[in-house]
Design a protein around this ligand. Structure first.
Ligand SMILES: [Zn+2]
Length: 448
């Protein structure tokens, strides 16, 4: 007769039992070394979670001391089962609720002890809570694991031209212009800042010779109507293959319902100005494929603008034309000594990470890339939820930005903006150039 334990072992359920746990530092260990370590944990009947430069190690009491010998233990966590833990989003809610103390921050989430009640988020496209599944990577430091060094290739002169065309000062000037408008999606009517920002964006995209349209939608169940601004450059070779570049232009205060004093310089004039900067670069270098530059509204209340846009593409049948959607949200801030960027998409769409890794390794090696397969809370979600390859670029220090959703989110408070935003933009431009295709010099010569 099988004992319950044997049965559990045979069914691979041992990880569901409580076992002692520790949070350890994995510093600069290579991917090869990490793989060897996590295999050993699993062979010993334990389980693990990878969170950037930390690993949660959970193993039977007889095995844990050996597993911890020679690694740096940061925290002893007592006995744990996966169900004792959850991932909670940080500062993502429409009206922010209590945040549980973090065992570790990882990407857009914090690892916390599971509360008695899990409160579901209002919008189905955002989930405030995620369960903990054993033996998963939540965030991976691609630089520390040696993966950026391995991905480095020879620069392509055509891509380099476009990367060099990024102008961080021009981007910061656009960011500052946008930050001069109150852009709450609840601020239309008596506080018309969001409509003024919309009109300013229409003017900027139009001046580049792009075809500009707006898409009006209702902000959830509120009485507010706001607009997405959509600018198109039709590809000269493959007009029915699309590359989307997006970022929201609405902003908010801590209380989402207060529509005034919402400069939102970092969140998200930075990303929307990044969309404009991309449009400016590709105005000089016409792409083979169609590029759509979108500034969304209604993001802060629940991704309504991104949702309305993705839904409209689904309805018109154009969604299948979208090869890639690159979203920018909070790209200008670094709170520490390195330039760390989160790349967010879902595990199911994981091939989308590869071009960002390759391009950053080659053109922007100053960035420290952190890959995050628990995406949340921005305009990549409506695309990801419709299985469109989409990736969000966001500074890894976003949660350390003290002016987040405050009246003080002003251009002057964005530390190292040109370095950080410029670096993210150069990486994204390289990815976009590769995805949208370009005229090879030989073709250019032959048509002269
Ligand atoms: Zn944002």
């Amino acid at each position: 007769m099988l004992s319950a334990l044997t049965l559990g072992l045979q069914m691979g359920l041992t990880t569901a039992m409580p076992m002692p746990a520790a949070l350890v530092s994995i510093g600069q260990h290579s991917q090869f070394e990490l793989d060897r370590y996590t295999r050993q944990i699993e062979q010993d009947g334990g389980w693990w979670l990878e969170m950037e430069n930390r690993l949660l190690v959970v193993a039977p009491p007889t095995r844990l001391p050996d597993l911890l010998a020679g690694v740096k233990v940061e925290q002893d966590l007592g006995w744990l089962r996966p169900d004792d833990l959850a991932l909670q989003t940080r500062a993502c809610g429409v009206e922010e609720g209590p945040q549980l103390p973090a065992i570790a921050d990882t990407g857009r989430f914090a690892l916390v002890r599971t509360p008695a009640t899990w409160l579901p988020y209002k919008s189905p496209e955002v989930s405030e809570w995620r369960p903990v599944v054993p033996n998963r990577t939540i965030t991976k430091d691609l630089k520390a694991r040696g993966l950026m060094a391995m991905a480095k290739g020879a620069p392509d002169p055509e891509i380099q031209l476009r990367v060099d065309a990024v102008d961080p000062d021009r981007w910061f000037a656009a960011l500052s212009s946008l930050a001069s408008f109150d852009r709450s999606s609840y601020g239309v009517g008596p506080n018309p800042g969001i409509d003024q920002a919309r009109d300013w964006l229409i003017g900027e995209f139009s001046a580049l010779g792009l075809q500009v349209t707006t898409q009006e939608f209702q902000v959830g169940s509120s009485s507010y109507h706001v607009d997405n601004v959509i600018a198109r450059r039709t590809g000269w070779l493959y007009p029915d293959e699309w590359v989307v570049v997006g970022g929201h232009y609405d902003s908010r205060q801590q209380s989402a319902s207060v529509p005034t004093q919402t400069p939102g310089a970092e969140d998200n004039a930075s990303g929307c100005a990044g969309v404009l900067e991309a449009a400016r670069v590709f105005a000089q270098f016409p792409p083979q494929r169609t590029m759509i530059f979108v500034c969304f509204a209604g993001e802060e209340q629940g991704l309504y603008g991104g949702g309305a846009y993705a839904q409209s593409l689904q309805t018109s049948g154009d969604l299948a034309k979208v090869d890639l959607a690159v979203i920018m949200d909070m790209i200008g801030y670094s709170g520490d000594s390195d330039l760390d960027v989160l790349l967010e998409s879902s595990a199911a769409l994981s091939p989308v990470f590869t071009p960002f890794l390759n391009m950053a390794a080659t053109y922007t090696p100053q960035l420290r890339l952190v890959q995050d397969t628990s995406p949340c809370c921005s305009d990549h979600m409506p695309f990801i939820n419709r299985s469109v390859p989409s990736l969000l670029t966001i500074e890894n220090d976003w949660n350390a930005y003290g002016h987040y959703h405050r009246t003080t989110d002003l251009p002057a408070n964005i530390t190292r903006a040109q370095e950080m935003g410029g670096g993210i933009l150069q990486m994204n431009i390289a990815v976009l150039a590769d995805a949208a295709g370009f005229e090879r010099p030989i073709l250019r010569d032959s048509f002269e």
